[in-house]
Design a protein around this ligand. Sequence first.
Ligand code: AMP
Length: 291
Amino acid sequence: MLVARSIDEFNVFRSELTRYGERLSFVPTMGFLHRGHLSLVQLARKRGERSVVSIFVNPTQFNDRRDFDSYPIDLPRDLKMLEAEGVDLVFVPTVSEIYGPEIEGDEREFQSWIDVTSLSVPFEGRSRPGHFRGVATVVAILFNIVRPYVAIFGEKDFQQVRLIEKLVEDLKLQVQIIRGPIVREADGLAMSSRNIRLAPEAREAAQRLSAGLFAAREAVRSGESDAAKLTELVRGELSKSSLIVPDYVSLVDERSLTEIPRVRNPSRILLAAQVGGVRLLDNIALGIEQV
Ligand code: AMP
């Protein structure tokens, strides 16, 4: 497995890998890998292109400096996991490699930000100002460096994958986006690098997020389609633990991410909550079964 730490090094390895016209599949990550990330890597590997994974904790998508400073990192472990998956090339750039050198304190010369206007406003955008500007910008930069044929993103961060689909559509980026389904722990908790920060009682409480979403899906299967009733059902489950402080629970249209009054195809409940001080996201697809 090749590991590139600079763009120059990446370009050398990329030329080697694509010598006979091979294409690249790409999984961008912030590291501290878990089975959710690996499921995306496996989707990439199954496709037959050469596989590239990036590990970059992107400072510009953190609106909270402490969150950035405390983001878990374990590069040796990540590289071992990726090697075991048969990944061809890992790109681990420094912040300066992506955003240019520091000129003063945290300041850099970088000026070319990308804003996906409407999709970045609600939900995570409201709770984390600037977050999606950082995401869209770093993803565009990584796409320009890696030049992948396909890139794979998890539905775990549903607003993010929609935003990237829109970015690619609007800027005519020549990459195909593939969605990977959410990978969960045995009790339903969506896997996340942040789960490690959950204290034992918070970890126990955190299963209520997925439990609430599964209850909503069952209710839809039994004929319920009203947004208020479904989101109340989820909130009811969350309220069973005093450690959970919900941020949003909303039924949205999958394409526009606008709130809708009734389940339609395709729609989704998006959910964010603080659990013992750790911010967790989850979501579930809801659709009317066509018979
Ligand atoms: P991150 O390292 O958190 O930036 O995540 C990198 C990629 O892995 C993103 O596309 C995430 O949506 C995806 N991902 C994170 N957790 C999961 C999960 N539990 N299941 C599927 N994909 C995930």
